[in-house]
Design a binder for this molecule. Structure first.
Ligand SMILES: [Zn+2]
Length: 119
């Protein structure tokens, strides 16, 4: 079976995912609402992340997490914590094939407020 791939617009970034996400999260925090991304959360070993030379990063709010985007086309691809002991990562689920994204339950997180899910 061919691996499930999340790809940026130009194709420079391919992230292999070990399983389709069951849930994806839209967050209304000041960064996510501007990026327009939908996150799927994974453990480190579930993702084949690209070489760091292919992305540029942005960090805010204490700079604990780097948000990566493609150096060529600018698509936001994923985030990962700077602390190597934190194993959770976020993949921009909008880079997955549309049918995979559509099959996942879309949840809404109040990142701008309580930090809790609204649904
Ligand atoms: Zn690209």
């Amino acid at each position: 079976m061919s691996p499930l791939l999340a790809t940026c617009h130009c194709g420079a970034i391919e992230i292999a995912v070990d399983a389709a996400p069951v849930e994806v999260t839209e967050c209304n925090c000041s960064l996510c609402r501007r990026y327009g991304v939908v996150w799927a959360y994974f453990e480190a070993e579930q993702l084949g992340l690209p070489d760091a030379s292919l992305t540029v990063t942005y960090a805010w709010n204490g700079r604990h997490v780097d948000f990566h985007r493609c150096r060529t086309c600018g698509c936001v691809t994923h985030w990962m914590p700077r602390d190597a002991s934190r194993t959770r990562r976020g993949l921009n689920a909008r880079l997955l094939p549309p049918d995979v994204m559509a099959a996942a339950r879309l949840r809404h997180k109040d990142g701008a407020g309580s930090g809790e899910y609204l649904d």
